[in-house]
Design a protein around this ligand. Structure first.
Ligand code: HEM
Ligand code: HEM
Ligand SMILES: *[C@@H]1O[C@H](CO)[C@@H](O)[C@H](O)[C@H]1NC(C)=O
Ligand SMILES: *[C@@H]1O[C@H](CO)[C@@H](O)[C@H](O)[C@H]1NC(C)=O
Ligand SMILES: *[C@@H]1O[C@H](CO)[C@@H](O)[C@H](O)[C@H]1NC(C)=O
Ligand SMILES: *[C@@H]1O[C@H](CO)[C@@H](O)[C@H](O)[C@H]1NC(C)=O
Ligand SMILES: *[C@@H]1O[C@H](CO)[C@@H](O)[C@H](O)[C@H]1NC(C)=O
Length: 423
């Protein structure tokens, strides 16, 4: 009796051990390295399996709330071969854009990187619904990948701690493009990971690169190097804020002060501050331009027109000063005063229009609705104030003409005061 019981207990004990070993060996037999990182909005999952022949099969999935998600070889942007995924034009599938990077700027699509999407799982389109969230979910096949990348960005299949980088874009403004060289914005966050490539690489040259659900569940043969670093483009907003405040607030204020305080000094100071702000804002714009492929050769309408405006602004400032000095000397209106008077509003309007083209250029054209509303209010208020000032001044002039006979003198003064910065 006792002996039989012992036998049963022993049987149960050993068979459970056997089951465990079977399960765990099944887990490693996948020969996949998998990295799972919890972003704020769901998991970023990157899995890889490779053959000695240089074929790399990868799975990448991440919340589609991000404008893009990318994995790169190596420990830094420079020299990295990047696999970037974003929403396709149909908004249902994903576009894979293999890119090369030479440092801290937008990586550039390279047709020589031989990578394609392949579908061996049920999620074909590249964008899937998981619960209430949309996810990018793609399988990538790359051939001869070691032909690309510099430094540790060149994959080493025997490396048990091969570094990779990951990053994801901002949550606004889907790319929605089939183009592999579509513009992407600077990362919301980025980080580094390592993978055991030796474990993930098979000597068998024709493997069946199916990523089973189980192989994608948790991190295996891989790990994170610390937390993701939060980032974001602060240069773009800085450029926009400086330029918009300058053209929509500072310059119109300077014009109003001339009329209302009848003070050339106030006008001069405020417009000089505006000019300096514009110079700083445009310098920031030039630096911003170096970060993105669509702006690095300074050829877009927004940039060229902006630089022309800068030249006009400098000229406008010099002409205003020259006119003022001559007027003080000869007490007579000058042609420079007339030019200054007509060019001023035109330049400011040009700058305001360049704000609209700026939002279009950066892909933030939805902001033009709010910007347009602010601009409309400012233009109406400024025109109303200037009109009212002119009207009340005319009335006052008429009144004093009745009292005073020196009409000729009075008339010419009137002309200067209401039409030109002729003090
Ligand atoms: C428009 C595209 C991109 C721009 C403008 C950009 C710009 C930058 C800048 C300025 C830095 C330095 C940040 C700092 O030191 O504060 C940086 C770092 C970094 N970026 Fe990007 N990046 C872009 C795309 C990507 C992509 C697609 C990835 C990965 C797939 C990535 C991964 C990283 C990583 C890992 C770092 C830290 C390591 C390093 O300094 O290289 N970036 N990026
Ligand atoms: C009157 C002058 C200008 C105004 C009012 C202006 C305004 C703006 C605005 C509102 C944006 C959108 C920013 C965003 O969405 O975050 C923008 C983008 C941009 N501006 Fe300007 N800007 C001016 C001149 C310039 C100049 C002279 C340059 C460079 C030569 C420049 C370079 C850029 C670049 C590169 C972007 C887009 C960056 C991206 O792709 O996100 N801007 N500008
Ligand atoms: C991907 O899957 C879809 C749907 O099953 C199929 O129509 C398509 O031919 C597949 N593409 C490739 C490259 O296997
Ligand atoms: C892989 O790339 C290298 C370097 O560019 C090239 O010499 C080689 O022929 C390529 N191999 C294949 C199979 O495409
Ligand atoms: C997968 O990995 C296991 C253990 O790491 C190894 O025994 C097996 O040969 C590998 N399979 C292939 C196809 O390389
Ligand atoms: C690869 O694996 C899938 C799923 O296990 C299977 O349906 C398919 O036939 C396999 N293909 C090859 C070439 O072995
Ligand atoms: C993310 O992955 C972890 C395991 O790495 C899992 O426990 C968790 O349920 C996953 N979250 C989502 C939203 O899939």
């Amino acid at each position: 009796m006792r002996f039989r019981l012992c036998l049963v207990v022993a049987y149960v004990f050993f068979s459970s051990i056997l089951e465990v070993t079977a399960a765990s060996s099944q887990g490693t037999e996948t020969n996949v390295s998998t990295f799972v990182y919890p972003t704020g909005d769901g998991n970023l999952t990157f899995a890889l399996t490779a053959t000695n022949g240089g074929d790399v099969y990868m799975h990448l999935s991440a919340p589609a709330t991000y404008q893009w998600v990318g994995i790169g070889t190596g420990s830094k942007m420079e020299g990295s071969v990047m696999f970037i995924v974003y929403e396709n034009a149909d908004k249902l599938s994903a576009t894979l854009s293999p890119r090369l990077s030479d440092g801290h700027s937008e990586p550039t699509y390279s047709s020589s990187v031989d990578c394609d999407l392949f579908n061996q799982t049920s999620d074909h389109g590249g964008i899937v619904q998981k619960g209430s969230s949309r996810y990018y979910s793609v399988n990538i096949h790359c051939k001869n990948i070691t032909a690309h990348g510099e430094g540790d960005g060149k994959l080493d299949f025997s490396n048990t701690k091969q570094p990779f980088i990951y990053a994801w874009g901002p949550t606004d403004g889907a790319v929605s493009s089939a183009s592999k060289s579509a513009s992407i914005k600077r990362h919301d966050s980025y980080g580094t990971l390592w993978m055991d490539l030796a474990k993930a690489t098979s000597s068998n040259s024709d493997i069946n690169a199916t990523f089973t659900e189980a192989a994608l569940l948790t991190t295996q043969n891989a790990g994170a190097d610390g937390q993701a670093q939060s980032d974001g483009d602060k240069v773009g907003p800085a450029h926009a804020v400086i330029m918009l405040v300058t053209f929509v607030i500072i310059f119109p204020l300077g014009a109003l002060l001339l009329r209302f305080l009848e003070s050339v000094k106030a006008h001069y100071i405020v417009q000089t501050v505006g000019l300096l702000a514009a110079v700083v804002g445009i310098a920031v714009g030039l630096y911003l331009g170096t970060m993105y492929n669509h702006s690095k050769d300074v050829s877009s309408g927004h940039q060229v027109f902006g630089l022309i405006l800068l030249i006009l602004l400098l000229a406008q400032w010099a002409i205003g000063l020259y006119h003022h000095l001559r007027f003080r000397k000869y007490k007579r209106p000058t042609i420079y005063g007339r030019v200054h008077l007509f060019a001023g509003p035109a330049i400011v309007l040009g700058g305001i229009i360049n704000g609209f083209t700026g939002f279009n250029f950066s892909g933030d054209s939805h902001n033009n609705v709010y910007y347009g509303a602010v601009v409309a209010v400012v233009i109406i208020v400024v025109l109303a104030l200037l009109g009212w000032k002119r009207w009340s001044k005319n009335k006052q002039a008429k009144h004093s003409r009745m009292l005073d006979d020196e009409e000729l003198h009075e008339g010419s003064y009137q002309m200067n005061a209401s039409h030109g910065a002729s003090y």
